[in-house]
Write a new protein. Structure first.
Length: 210
């Protein structure tokens, strides 16, 4: 994702840090684990305090841990600003879910992007009852994330569940236009973050003047 800064020529600065005390935050997500979720939370807080009107989240990931994804989704749901999700290359598994849960009207998939959706997976081991409990939890998470995604995309609650089931639960790869067709993306193309810094000069009449 490109970022351009347009500066009024009357402003003389050498670096961006001199120009902006708090530069706009662009969040990048490549992994879904506990450190990544912690970093996502920190970056979201910084973005809210930067004065920027929107939070861009660039996703380039093969996926990861579902619980870490849930933490990130909570951050997006509780955000006071629109959250733009952007995929330039790939958003798979957890990455696809995070992408689709961006603020509607602000989800961008690059022309060559690949989005992949599949069921939540589990690596359960242990006693029989422990494996059963783990399988039950995996099924709960699977239904939860599919339902959240479908509802957010303006579809029926079982929309994505039904499609994945009809595909025998195989990995479902989508192009950017296909993602838009299914309501996961709003635009095919990647936006540019533009920052404008200008000097305003005006002539105002004093309050006591007649």
């Amino acid at each position: 994702m490109k970022k351009t800064i347009s500066v009024d020529p009357r402003i003389r600065v050498k670096t961006e840090s001199e120009l902006l005390s708090t530069p706009p935050v662009i969040i990048r997500v490549t992994k879904f684990d506990e450190p990544a979720a912690d970093k996502f939370s920190e970056d979201m807080a910084k973005a809210h305090n930067s004065g920027q009107p929107i939070i861009p989240v660039v996703i380039d990931s093969y996926g990861g841990q579902c619980y870490s994804l849930m933490s990130m989704l909570t951050e997006i749901q509780e955000a006071r600003l629109p959250v733009a999700t952007i995929v330039e290359g790939k958003a798979m598994s957890c990455g696809a879910l995070l992408f689709g849960m961006g603020t509607r009207g602000h989800r961008y998939a690059g022309r060559n992007a690949t989005i992949m959706i599949h069921d939540v997976s589990s690596g359960a081991f242990g006693k029989v009852e422990e494996v059963k409990a783990d399988a039950k939890e995996t099924e709960r998470l699977n239904k939860l994330v599919y339902t959240m995604l479908a509802t957010h995309c303006g579809k029926s609650a079982t929309y994505f569940l039904d499609i994945v089931h009809s595909r025998s639960h195989a990995d479902w790869y989508l192009t950017a236009p296909e993602a838009k067709k299914h309501g996961l993306a709003d635009f095919v193309g990647v936006p540019e973050l533009q920052v404008s810094v200008n000097v305003g000069i005006d002539l105002k009449l004093n309050k006591g003047a007649k």
